[in-house]
Design a protein around this ligand. Sequence first.
Ligand SMILES: NC(=O)C1=CN([C@@H]2O[C@H](COP(=O)(O)OP(=O)(O)OC[C@H]3O[C@@H](n4cnc5c(N)ncnc54)[C@H](OP(=O)(O)O)[C@@H]3O)[C@@H](O)[C@H]2O)C=CC1
Ligand SMILES: Nc1nc2c(c(=O)[nH]1)N=C([C@H](O)[C@@H](O)CO)CN2
Length: 236
Amino acid sequence: MSDTQQVILITGAAQRVGLHCAKALNRQDYKVVISYRRQRPVIDTLTEKGIDCIQADFATVEGVENFTDTIRQRYPQLRAIIHNASDWKHDSIHNQADIFEQMMAIHARAPMLINQRLAERLSGEKADIIHLTDYVASTGSARHMAYAASKAALENLTLSFARKLAPKVKVNAIAPALICFNEGDDEAYRQKALQKSLLGIAPGEQEVLKTINWLLDSDFVTGRIVALDGGRHLNF
Ligand SMILES: NC(=O)C1=CN([C@@H]2O[C@H](COP(=O)(O)OP(=O)(O)OC[C@H]3O[C@@H](n4cnc5c(N)ncnc54)[C@H](OP(=O)(O)O)[C@@H]3O)[C@@H](O)[C@H]2O)C=CC1
Ligand SMILES: Nc1nc2c(c(=O)[nH]1)N=C([C@H](O)[C@@H](O)CO)CN2
């Protein structure tokens, strides 16, 4: 890593949106550091590209603290922290308490603790925190109540950290609706999901990357929730 290379941390970046953004930011000559939970071959590929891959499970406070200790040991300064790690669990009458705890742990407690423990590392001329939230944080979700509530908590943390860390650090959220499908999504589900927005597409991971780069480049945006939802809020 060169002395002038700026370090960007992305959590949960071993697949899908996080992976796409990690590889792209690496090509943009940032020093990219990622967290991953489950080992898989792509970790070796990313390591060969010079991306620092750190295993971490944010379900426990200990897991978060071990991770942030490692970051603090390795990186005296961070350009940005992108909180992407997430678990999209639907509600279940059988273990709703556990699901609620898990959703709050990954989407609210972990980002809060990571921000608090790494804030002093965000010390350069420009510094950013970006939270990946969700369209349903502002609307609720009948089937993903705990998930939606935890993403709403993360949106509120966006406002609090924007107030607390200004003017050194810009703190914003990206609130996507459908970005990309999961492998098991059948055609009926896909068609129904596409019809929820005015634009009727699943834009793919690149849409999130474009927004991340826009936020990183901004000099005057903080405390904002940037919606990436194809006009879903008007589709009624
Ligand atoms: N995809 C979409 O259409 C939408 C995405 N979003 C948001 O955008 C972001 C990216 O979405 P997407 O790429 O689909 O995300 P994924 O569902 O692919 O999850 C990203 C990563 O989060 C990691 N993760 C889950 N739980 C934990 C945990 N307890 N500790 C550490 N890491 C964990 C997983 O790691 P591992 O695989 O190693 O276990 C996973 O690879 C998320 O925040 C998501 O909520 C919002 C709306 C729509
Ligand atoms: N962590 C995740 N969060 C979300 C996902 C996902 O795959 N992983 N997917 C969605 C859906 O695309 C939804 O926005 C549309 O059905 C929401 N959050």
